[in-house]
Design a protein around this ligand. Sequence first.
Ligand code: CA
Length: 223
Amino acid sequence: MHILIIEDEEQLCRSIAEGLRIDGYEADVCFDGAEGFSLCTTENYDLILLDLNLPGMDGLEILRQFRRQNSNTPVLILSARDQIQDKVDGLDLGANDYLTKPFHFEELEARIRSLTRRRFIQEDVCLKWENLVFDTRTREAAVNGTPLSLTRKESSLLEYFLLHQNRVISPEEMIEHLWDGSVNSFSNSIRVHISALRKKLKAALGTDPIQNKIGQGYIWEIH
Ligand code: CA
């Protein structure tokens, strides 16, 4: 999942991004309101973390204009403004949640899990397919209780496939959601990671649920 953080306190912004990357998310950082608005309207993020006091463009104005074009992408406001009116305004403008700074990173993680799961109507922290289970909290996969050893990127791919079973996923979509802003062109990277994941799944499950649809992308097929 690909998260944009618009926050002008650079150190805070970078440390949130670092923590989220450790959790297996892709995270882009942006320290300016106008630039943040431009990013969130041109890229397809799964979640946006938005500060309110920003240079360039105020957070509430970003939210107001963003919601005119996009009503789906969850927005979580991170703000030092703890007045009730700011919270009410933010939620009225279409924010999905509000967290007052300073906050504990664990609380941010829990709210992000809740918002991204809610989007896919997942009730459980665990995603399942037959006897394969992926725990979105620990980022660990297991087959019949035996842990699968996956790299960070393989875990992200597995999570994305499990959330979108039985639908063809194009390489472009994977780049948007699973690679951060530093990847600009198509590379062999996706193919290499998917191929490694498929080998591990086949060894553990005895079957390969991921199929390659030539010219379209990949699909996790429900048998
Ligand atoms: Ca700020």
